[in-house]
Design a protein around this ligand. Structure first.
Ligand code: NDP
Ligand code: 2IT
Length: 449
């Protein structure tokens, strides 16, 4: 195993985030390899860390001043053993090959956990939609799709949203794909309802994460009633996490964006959440504006000279990191534990550093890794694909019920795998092993391809 990690690191020495994701999986699947020598003979690890295909392209577009801008576009087609490549697109200035490879790698195991037939992929661009006009975003999306369209398809690779990509961007991308192919297919998920989208897809990641957390609590004969929760981010995942926590009787006291966070001791109730949704989704404003409307809340600006994020330093019962990778470091994890937090469910992908995860595990927190906890989003994307293929739409209750059943099943798979491999209570080990075993067996069945 060390050898394979060394090879991965020496081939791409700068891909820190990818190394981080690979290290975690390789370390936790060791007992599976010990029990299944045939995995080694088939060089499964060497194959699973290498993307099946990696596409990188130039995205030229014109801004509103008539200036030509150039961004970089990517699509990582990581693994198609159990279904077509499936995973989101991220538009954010921090996007690099390393970040997209870590996301694509994790997506493979996450998708395997959903029970649905989806392989793993991820893509995006270093384009920053913040501060751009609708026309600029449209021209960028059209240029992005002018290259991407030849690599994707409803049975090949089905992108969706992630950071910086919501309904607006999916619309522009879909429109261009349809024009280029002269085909109306379910090639993207997260579409609007009127043209092939699924009910509950916008809610799915946040709701799913809270359903998973509720399952974890129920193993301790507990529930959300009266629990106070810290949530980071204020985008798609964070918003619906707050909505579901409120519905289940909990109270959310924080939200954030990349410039700061708000703390509202009274709780972010339905009305306040409606305000945040309008602020973020329609006006595309900053979370700071929350305190202008709700004077009881406090705003704290990001301070990069600090060695921790003060958002994670409040008394609470549960934490839902829902912004971005590595947003909880060792110090933050210690702060969470010292403030009484007993449950951490990752709405974001890889939000906790390896040192932070060690602290959660040592302190026996109910810790749900992103691969399991945030799989509800891609799961409902899978349900959107199923509805598109059948050319029907299921009612809200049907999709929500299926989401609940899927999150329950993912929880059970984590519990079963962690117990089978001698790490009871460790959902990180359980998720990695359960996802890994499913993908690897499919790869073996399909021969050396
Ligand atoms: P959005 O773009 O809707 O929201 C992202 C939020 O996180 C914003 O509040 C944003 O602040 C903040 N944020 C983004 N980057 C940073 C950063 N570098 N530092 C601090 N804050 C940051 O994205 P989503 O809600 O869709 O995604 C959030 C997380 O959930 C991501 O990790 C994503 O991979 C994961 N996820 C998303 C799924 C989905 O279905 N959408 C499914 C599964 C996981 P600002 O506005 O200032 O940029
Ligand atoms: O990280 C993720 O799982 C997503 N961004 C959702 C992917 C999808 O295909 O719905």
């Amino acid at each position: 195993m060390t050898n394979i990690l060394d090879v991965v690191k020496s081939k791409d020495p700068d891909q820190k985030e990818f190394h981080q994701a690979v290290t975690e999986v390789l370390e936790t699947v060791q007992p599976v390899l010990d029990r299944n020598p045939e995995f080694r003979q088939a060089a499964i690890l060497e194959r699973i860390v290498e993307p099946e295909r990696l596409i990188m392209f130039r995205v030229p577009w014109m801004d509103d001043q008539g200036q030509v801008q150039v961004n970089r576009g990517f699509r990582i087609e990581m693994n198609s053993a159990i279904g077509p490549y499936k995973g989101g697109l991220r538009f954010h200035p921090s996007v690099t090959l390393s970040i997209l490879k870590f996301l694509a790698f994790e997506q493979v195991f996450k998708n395997a956990l959903t029970t649905l037939p989806m392989g793993g992929g991820k893509g995006g661009s270093d384009f920053d939609p913040k501060g751009k006009s609708d026309n600029e975003v449209m021209r960028f999306c059209q240029s992005f799709m002018l290259e991407l369209f030849r690599h994707i398809g409803p049975n090949t690779d089905i992108p969706a949203g992630d950071i910086g990509i919501g309904a607006r961007e999916i619309g522009f991308l879909f429109g261009m794909y349809k024009k280029l192919r002269n085909e109306f297919t379910g090639v993207l998920t997260g579409k609007a309802l009127a043209w092939g989208g699924s009910l509950i897809r916008p809610e799915a990641t946040g709701y799913g994460c809270v359903y998973f957390a509720a399952e974890m609590l129920s193993t301790k004969y507990d529930n959300f009633e009266g629990k106070s929760c810290l949530v980071s981010g204020s985008g798609n995942v964070a918003q619906y996490t707050v909505e579901k926590i409120n519905e289940l009787g909990g109270k959310v006291v924080t939200l954030s964006d990349s410039t700061g966070y708000i703390f509202d001791e009274e709780g972010i109730d339905k009305d306040k959440l409606d305000f945040v949704m309008r602020l973020k989704n329609i006006r595309r404003g900053r979370i700071k504006e929350y305190i202008e409307k709700y004077s009881g809340a406090v705003y704290t600006e990001v301070d990069t000279s600090l060695d921790h994020n003060p958002l994670w330093d409040h008394k609470a019962d549960c934490a839902f990191p829902s912004a971005t990778q590595n947003e909880i470091n060792e110090k933050d994890a210690n702060n969470l534990v010292n403030n009484g937090v007993k449950l951490v469910a990752e709405g974001a992908n890889m939000p906790s550093t390896p040192e932070a995860i060690d602290i959660f595990v040592e302190n026996k927190l109910l810790y749900a890794p992103g691969k399991a906890a945030n799989a509800g989003g891609v799961a409902v994307s899978g349900l959107e694909m199923a509805q598109n293929s059948m050319r029907i739409s299921w009612p809200k209750e049907e999709v929500d019920n299926r989401l609940k059943i899927i999150m329950k099943s993912i929880h059970q798979s984590c519990v079963d795998a962690s117990e089978e491999y001698g790490a009871p209570g460790n959902y990180m080990v359980g998720a990695n092993i359960a996802g890994f075993v499913k993908v690897v067996n499919a790869m073996l069945d399909q021969g050396l391809v």
